[in-house]
Write a protein that binds this ligand. Structure first.
Ligand code: KIV
Length: 289
C-alpha cells in the first residue's frame, strides 16, 4: 500500500472520531487549487457541494446544477486531494427519476470523478430506498436533513427548520431512518442547536452541522463563505475568517492602476535578447527602462 493510501481518512475513522468526541472538520471545495489548500489543512471531508452553482457559476439557487457540471468540478477536486474523503453532491434530478438512474449517476461520481462517497438531500421513503441501493453498490452515502436547498421551489425560501416541536420530531425521525438505511453520516443544516444536540446524541453515525450549533460531531461551511469570497448574503451561522473579496479587489485595482501608469511591467518582468538589443537600439535612441 502506498504512503498516500495509508494516510487517507477513511469512513470508519469518522465513527471513531465520534466515539472519542474528536470533532470532524468538513468544508466544500470545487476546484484543484482550493482543494489542495483544504486537503493540506487537514480537513477530514471535502464536499463538492451543488452550492457551486451559486458561489461559482452564478445561478440563483442549486436547481440548475447538472451532473456534468458536478463531475467536472469533482474531478478537479479529486485530482488535488491526497487525504480527505471527497464527497460528490448528487444534484437536483440526478436521483429522483429512478433508483437505476440514481445508482448510475452516483457511480459516475465514484468511477469517473474519483469521489469516495456521495451526498443526497432528504429522507423520504424513496430516498431511503436510493440509499439502500447505493449501499448495495458499495457507494457510501452522506444524508442531509433540516434545510435542504434543493426543496427551494416547495419551501419558497431558505429558512431555519425544526423550530416547532412537530417539525423537530419529524427531522429526528428522518435522521434515524437515514442511519437505519445505511448513511455513514448526516448533514444537519439550519436547525436549532437543541434539536441538533438530540439528534447527535441519538445517532451512532456522526452529525455534521451547518447552522446547527456547536453540539454536532463535526462542522461544515461553504469555502467561499468562510473566506469572504462570496458576493451575496451571508447567513448568521457563517464566520468570515478572511475578506478575500477585499484582498482580491485591492490586488486587481493595483494592477489596473500600474498598467495605466506604466508601472507594470518593469525591466525585471521582461525578457532580453543581446542580439536584438545590438540591432534594434541605436545610440541615438537608447532603450527606455
Ligand atoms: O451544497 C453544499 O455545499 C451543501 C453544504 C451546504 C452542506 O450541501
Amino acid at each position: 500500500m502506498s504512503e498516500d493510501l495509508i494516510q487517507r481518512v477513511i469512513i470508519p475513522d469518522l465513527i471513531k472520531k465520534k466515539e472519542k468526541k474528536e470533532k470532524i472538520v468538513a468544508l466544500t471545495a470545487y476546484d484543484f487549487p482550493s482543494a489542495k489548500i483544504v486537503d493540506h489543512a487537514g480537513v477530514d471531508i471535502i464536499l463538492v457541494g451543488d452550492s457551486l452553482g451559486m458561489v461559482l457559476l452564478g445561478y440563483v439557487d442549486t436547481i440548475p446544477v447538472s451532473m456534468d457540471e458536478m463531475i467536472h468540478h469533482t474531478k478537479a477536486v479529486a485530482r488535488a486531494v491526497k487525504r480527505s474523503i471527497v464527497v460528490g453532491d448528487m444534484p437536483y434530478m440526478s436521483f429522483q427519476i429512478s433508483i437505476q438512474k440514481a445508482v448510475e449517476n452516483a457511480s459516475r461520481f465514484i468511477k469517473e470523478a474519483g469521489a469516495r462517497a456521495v451526498k443526497i438531500e432528504g429522507a423520504s421513503s424513496y430516498r431511503l430506498e436510493v440509499v439502500e441501493a447505493l449501499k448495495e453498490a458499495e457507494i457510501p452515502v452522506m444524508g442531509h436533513v433540516g434545510l435542504t436547498p434543493q426543496s427551494i421551489n416547495r419551501n419558497g425560501c431558505f429558512k431555519v427548520k425544526g423550530k416547532r416541536q412537530e417539525e423537530a420530531e419529524e427531522i429526528i425521525k428522518q435522521a434515524e431512518k437515514l442511519e437505519k438505511a445505511g448513511v455513514f453520516s448526516v448533514i444537519l443544516e439550519c436547525i436549532p442547536l437543541e434539536l441538533a444536540q438530540v439528534i447527535t446524541q441519538r445517532l451512532k453515525i456522526p452529525t455534521i452541522g451547518i447552522g446547527a450549533g456547536p453540539f454536532c460531531d463535526g462542522q461544515i461551511l461553504v469555502f467561499h463563505d468562510l473566506l469572504g469570497y462570496s458576493n451575496g448574503y451571508l447567513p448568521k451561522y457563517v464566520k468570515k475568517y478572511v475578506d478575500m473579496n477585499k484582498i482580491l479587489t485591492d490586488g486587481i485595482n493595483r494592477y489596473v492602476e500600474e498598467v495605466r501608469d506604466n508601472k507594470f511591467p518593469l525591466d525585471k518582468h521582461s525578457y532580453h535578447s543581446k542580439e536584438l538589443e545590438r540591432s534594434f537600439y541605436s545610440k541615438k535612441e537608447p532603450k527606455k527602462f
